[in-house]
Design a protein around this ligand. Structure first.
Ligand SMILES: Nc1ncnc2c1ncn2[C@@H]1O[C@H](COP(=O)(O)OP(=O)(O)O)[C@@H](O)[C@H]1O
Ligand SMILES: C[C@@](O)(CCOP(=O)(O)O)CC(=O)O
Length: 534
């Protein structure tokens, strides 16, 4: 984890960014999630502002009838309630992504084109009773479960006026003093595990604690955060970003600083919420990856497809939605070769140090590839599913992969996939994500014969590769509040999601059947913030 503090103020260069002016900056945000959450709180980014609670119009706040100047009126009962009601369990979900063009180059200020996929992470948040002062991180897929005593966490460091962040702040670097303060609390995680596995747990725990302490307050309620994901970990499909988007959204919801999502929410307002979630997800990514570009969390938060660029790391990135992004016939194949994004990104950094001019020209060429794809997609005469478009995209995919090989981030297993596809002559292949293992995407030729594709898939399976079924361009972060599903049946009031069942759901199918956002089954309840131009 890196570097120095910065609490930069939003300067608005992200499309749809939250342009707070000074007067908006202080406290106040209304939380008005539909379907259950009271629109009653005023917050200061540290959590609930206690002065506002009992003055609200929420029906759960008691009121009394009394006489003023001879007229009977109702006014809020000013006596403070002994305790606020426990929030119901709720869920958030965020997608993984594929980078179609521009990985690695994007870390060095170039553009990337990325799209959300239908594989997703799901986070169930269960609030504990007031007397239970613990917070549990239950990352079931990783075998990580750890409970901290909330009152023993280093709030004093995180709450110092010079350190305290607000929910709308733009944080682009981790604060070394804050990182230091959480070390004793992450250092106790999964001590029994081998070093490699423990590293993963420690990074996950750091990411959670940094966000929890930045967004929460010593008065934060006890809670259990249980995460399940259908995105393979470390395969280049943005699993870490989707986890960070879930954590950020859940914590911001808990401190009541988000409005919506609801179907008739104005798109600019939805953009503001997406941007807010995205900013804190990036902070989570900083804890896991050290030097992320932010493309993964930006796609995961807003969904669909976009062109992303972060030319200046001290400023927000630009993200241009691509509403015309076509449904490409893609084959997504996992090498099952594990790798770390952090290591692969560092490799390119080293190459750039050793061969600055050559490396920069490769990165620049990748930028040209992404630019060519962008121009094609933004052409008013663009037709998504024609042969010419696929040929154009395919050629760019092949070129982009070649550049990634030159940067040294491919792997023999990735090259084997490319070789098998090239022999079958049915499409164009590139690695996606950080490389060094992980996944490859193949854009299939329109005339690829189904039996040849089947034959290839068979070969890939025989050689130990994994194929994923996914669709591109899905929704971004979504909320299910409360964590109750109707499943299109007549069940009275729906079925509450059971913590145990969620933990024990088997594989992608099990998770999707239980809580999925509805790609493969009829499902009500999930709601999504939608970007402006989609
Ligand atoms: N199912 C999961 N549950 C909890 N954390 C996860 C899960 N999947 C991924 N992560 C987090 O993401 C990290 C993997 O990130 P990374 O190596 O960049 O892979 P990817 O390319 O999929 O993002 C893990 O170390 C962990 O912190
Ligand atoms: C290599 C990179 O461009 C994409 C990494 O994607 P993933 O972590 O492999 O899903 C890094 C980044 O953009 O932060």
């Amino acid at each position: 984890m890196s570097a120095s503090t910065s609490t930069r103020r939003p300067n608005g260069s992200v499309r749809g960014a939250n342009n707070h002016n000074q007067s908006q900056r202080r406290p106040v945000a209304h939380f008005d999630i539909q379907n259950g959450l009271p629109d009653r709180s005023r917050v200061n980014g540290n959590g609930l502002d206690p002065d506002s609670l009992d003055h609200s119009s929420d029906s759960s706040v008691s009121s009394s009838s009394h006489t003023v100047n001879g007229t009977k009126s109702r006014r809020p009962n000013m006596s403070r309630k002994a305790s606020s009601p426990m929030a119901p369990a709720f869920m958030v979900s965020a997608p993984g992504k594929v980078i179609v063009f521009g990985e690695h180059a994007v870390v060095h200020g170039k553009a990337a084109l990325a799209a959300a996929i239908s594989l997703r992470s799901y986070l169930l948040v269960t609030t504990l009773s007031k007397s239970q002062r613990t917070v549990t991180l239950n990352f079931r897929d990783l075998g990580l479960s750890h409970t901290w005593n909330i009152d023993a966490l280093p709030w004093d460091v995180f709450q110092q006026p010079s350190k305290k962040k607000f929910y709308y702040d733009l944080v682009t670097e981790l604060d070394p003093e804050l990182v230091e303060a959480i070390q004793p609390h992450v250092g106790v995680v999964s001590k029994h595990l081998p070093e490699e596995q423990r590293k993963i747990h420690i990074r996950s725990a750091s990411s959670f604690l940094y966000l929890f302490l930045s967004l929460g307050s010593p008065q934060s309620p006890g809670a259990i955060y249980t995460l399940r994901s259908t995105i393979p970990t470390g395969a280049g499909l943005g699993s870490s970003a989707s986890v960070c988007v879930c954590l950020s959204a859940a914590l911001l919801l808990q401190i009541r600083t988000l409005s919506g999502p609801h179907p008739d929410q104005p798109s600019e307002e939805a953009e503001t919420q997406i941007e807010r979630i995205n900013r804190w997800a990036f902070v989570g990514e900083l804890c896991i990856h050290g030097n992320p570009s932010g493309v993964d969390n930006t796609v995961s938060a807003g969904g669909k497809a976009l062109i992303f660029r972060r030319a200046d790391y001290t400023k927000p990135p630009t993200a241009i939605p691509l509403p015309n992004f076509p449904e490409l016939p893609l084959l997504l194949v996992d090498t099952r070769q594990s790798r770390s994004t952090l290591t692969e990104v560092a490799k390119v950094g080293e190459l750039k140090k050793a061969h600055p001019v050559v490396t920069e020209s490769i990165l620049e060429a990748i930028d040209q590839v992404t630019g060519s794809a962008q121009r094609l997609l933004q052409d008013p005469d663009f037709v998504g599913d024609c042969e010419e478009t696929l040929e154009h995209f395919g050629t760019l995919i092949r070129i982009n992969h070649g550049f990634l090989v030159s940067l040294g981030v491919s792997h023999p297993r990735l090259e084997r996939i490319r070789e098998l596809v090239d022999y079958a002559d049915i499409g164009w292949t590139k690695l996606t994500g950080a490389g060094g293992g992980g996944c490859a995407i193949t854009l299939l030729r329109p005339d690829a014969k189904p039996e040849v594709v089947r034959d290839l898939e068979q070969k890939l399976a025989t050689e130990g590769f994994n194929k994923y079924e996914t669709t591109l361009g899905g929704d971004g972060v979504g909320v299910l509040w409360p964590a109750v599903l109707r499943n299109g049946s007549d069940e009275e009031g729906g079925v509450e999601i059971d913590q145990q069942k969620f933990e024990n759901a088997e594989g992608t199918q099990g998770i999707e059947q239980l809580v999925g956002v509805g790609y493969h089954e009829k499902r009500e309840g999930w709601k999504f913030w939608k970007r402006a131009t989609q």
